[in-house]
Design a binder for this molecule. Structure first.
Ligand code: GTP
Ligand code: MG
Ligand code: NA
Length: 452
């Protein structure tokens, strides 16, 4: 319908994949920046956001002479880390996005965090495309800067084409093993039942026009149902961080609604917005730079907020605005409702392990993981932050009923020495890990031992 097409917000696109597949570099290539070069160890450790105005995307896809409509104002792209220890950030990013790009290194194929990302996307039913990156690594590749992939392929020797074909066939098979039908992108073909693979190079830019065009097409598909702009503020805290000269700030993604300077916000701390800052378009929010100051901002947008008291904000939590007709206590209750939705995942029987994580987001991820049929570990208690004696006491309740559940699964948190000692004395097991899968492996190993 015409009227809703006039009122669309920018889609949010999440870039996911295994470490070092070139996620940040691909964005650098599109932005004309060098964010990746400034990262410690070349590793992304934070979640970032970049706004791409529609006209920039149109410009980059010009050569494909496709009739790019792109009725949305732009594209808000979220970069996530691929390193195994950042499952919570991948989960946060994938939880926010409308569509995604899964980046795969053509020389490596599917890797552990490719599969983890894939499972996060499947779980939320998110549509995505595969960027088969680093094609320039094929031996003998002839560079064709920023060319559409078909044009670049035509320049390659028979040998390069053969290498490409071999890698592609292998990777399609690997996807099939994950229950996914993928196919090399063909601009002229409708490909409803398959996921498109777009070959790219983040270094020399081959395939970038194709990637942007396919993203645009995917956007149009998901448009009217999911992208109709809504006035109600929908906002999530990405990161809480201290910035020199600004104090503690929060980076948020505003999906819908408008934020104003001076707005009273709850997230779950109560404060008022001092400043609304964004990087310039085509620049990364997580990189310190010059910011644009706004009186008001409409979603979808990545925003840095300054205010007092933000050191108590929780990354991964929703941010609410107290409107002129809203009751602060009610809004605070709604904010606590987020905690309750997490609480609702707890086993009603009262039997299960205790889980503890660093943030609301990582706790949610962990609970989702424990619920999957393959894992299926019941949970009776949850907590955020360091494991203290009281948490051990809580877990010890299960000692009488089901010894194996007298266990704390601690994800990305510390355990106090007193808590360790008490756990030892009582016979409560504490498993610690920064990687969700490792918690599962430790716990399964423990149960198998008990059974023997
Ligand atoms: P994390 O965020 O840490 O998971 O990594 P990433 O996926 O963002 O990869 P990143 O952009 O940091 O790139 C990793 C390395 O691969 C860097 O040394 C890049 O220069 C290199 N690289 C990325 N894309 C390409 C590509 O298309 N071709 C080649 N030859 N190298 C690439
Ligand atoms: Mg990166
Ligand atoms: Na990297």
């Amino acid at each position: 319908p015409k009227e809703s097409e006039d009122n669309l917000r920018s889609p949010i696109c999440c870039i996911m994949g295994h470490v070092d597949t070139g996620k940040t570099k691909l964005l650098d290539c599109i932005r004309g920046t060098n964010v990746q070069g400034g990262e410690a160890g070349g590793i992304t450790q934070q979640i970032g956001a970049t706004y791409f105005p529609a006209e920039n995307i149109r410009e980059r896809t010009k050569e494909l002479k496709a009739d790019v409509k792109l009725k949305v104002p732009g594209l808000l792209v979220i970069d996530t880390p691929g390193h195994e220890s950042f499952t919570n950030l991948r989960s946060r990013g994938s939880g926010l996005c409308d569509i995604a790009v899964l980046v795969v290194d053509i020389m490596h194929g599917l890797e552990p965090q490719t599969i983890e990302s894939l499972n996060l996307l499947k779980m939320r039913n998110t549509k995505f495309i595969v960027a088969l990156n680093k094609v320039d690594r094929l031996y003998g590749w002839k560079t064709c800067h920023n060319a559409p992939i078909e044009k670049a392929m035509k320049q390659q020797s028979r040998d390069v084409k053969k290498q490409f074909e071999t890698q592609l066939v292998q990777i399609i098979t690997q996807f099939k093993e994950q229950g996914l039908n993928t196919e090399l992108n063909n601009m002229d073909k409708e490909m409803r039942e398959t996921y498109r693979i777009v070959p790219t190079s983040a270094i020399s830019g081959e395939g970038i026009p194709d990637l942007l065009l396919v993203l645009t097409k995917l956007t149009e598909k998901t448009m009217v149902e999911n992208l109709t702009y809504r006035n109600e503020v929908q906002c999530t805290v990405l990161e809480v961080k201290v910035i020199e000269g600004l104090g503690t700030t929060i980076d948020v993604v505003l999906v819908n609604g408008v934020l104003h300077e001076g707005d009273q916000i709850v997230g779950p701390i109560v404060t008022s917005i001092r400043a609304l800052l964004t990087p310039h378009p085509m620049n990364e929010l997580r990189v310190k730079g010059t910011y644009q100051n706004h009186r008001a901002i409409k979603g979808a947008q990545g925003i840095k907020i300054t205010a007092s008291g933000l050191e108590h904000a929780i990354a991964g939590a929703a941010l609410y605005v107290v409107g002129p007709h809203d009751d602060l206590e009610e809004v605070k209750e709604t904010a606590m409702g987020d905690m309750k939705s997490v609480l609702s995942r707890i086993d009603k029987s009262g039997e299960g392990v205790c889980v503890q994580a660093s943030t609301l987001g990582s706790l949610e991820t962990l609970l989702e993981f424990l619920k999957t049929p393959e894992v299926n570990i019941p949970v009776r208690g949850i907590s955020i932050g360091t494991v203290h004696k009281k948490d051990v006491m809580k877990a010890s309740v299960m000692l009488e009923k089901k010894k194996e559940f007298a266990t704390i699964l601690a994800f990305d948190v510390k355990v106090t020495p007193e808590a360790w000692k008490l756990a030892d004395d009582l016979g409560v097991k504490i498993f610690m890990a920064d990687i969700i899968y490792h918690l599962f492996d430790q716990f399964k190993g423990y149960i198998n031992n008990l059974k023997e």
